[in-house]
Design a protein around this ligand. Structure first.
Ligand SMILES: [Cu+2]
Length: 166
């Protein structure tokens, strides 16, 4: 028994005595706000300095779009397919990344949200349609540009993404 102080006897003592006695016995306790302060947890807000362009409304249905994640200087960058967002596992995470030329982007399936794919309609890259957890598809970006891509089954839910290559 290493407890230095019995909370039970403390409560009994304060209940039975006056406020003056409570003050005297309240050396280390920080209680006393009556539990009125309930929900003050920190939220997952976007990094304040992250650029958040509108891309002509490309992300207007994409609830998990939280700005362009700067991943320049990396040889390889991973994007989750079936990340949490858009009402389920219907998101790319992050939705928008910025990488350097020569970077290989690896899309990795979480197994959530059903069947997904990664399609660049202009023909630079296209994965197969699959729901398999751990499936990966990769593309190396050798030219600068803005590459918009979608998951065909969930595009209307907002499951779209962008790779900016600089
Ligand atoms: Cu999808």
């Amino acid at each position: 028994m290493t407890q230095r102080f019995s909370r039970r006897s403390f409560l009994h003592a304060t209940a039975a005595t006056s406020g003056i006695a409570l003050l005297a016995g309240c050396s280390g306790s920080s209680g006393g706000d009556g539990g009125s302060d309930g929900d003050s947890e920190a939220t997952d807000s976007p990094a304040p300095d992250r650029e958040m362009p509108a891309f002509d409304g490309w992300f207007e249905r994409t609830g998990n779009y939280d700005g362009v994640h700067d991943m320049t200087g990396e040889d390889e960058v991973t994007i989750s397919v079936g990340a949490e967002g858009n009402g389920g596992g219907f998101a790319f995470g992050p939705a928008a990344v910025k990488v350097s030329t020569g970077t290989t982007v690896v899309w990795e399936w979480t197994g959530n949200g059903g069947t997904h794919n990664v399609l660049h309609r202009e023909g630079e890259f296209e994965s197969e349609l699959t729901a398999s957890e751990g499936f990966t598809f990769e593309h190396t970006f050798d030219a600068t540009g803005e590459y918009r891509y979608v998951c065909v089954p969930h595009e209307t839910l907002g499951m779209v993404g962008i790779v900016l290559v600089e």
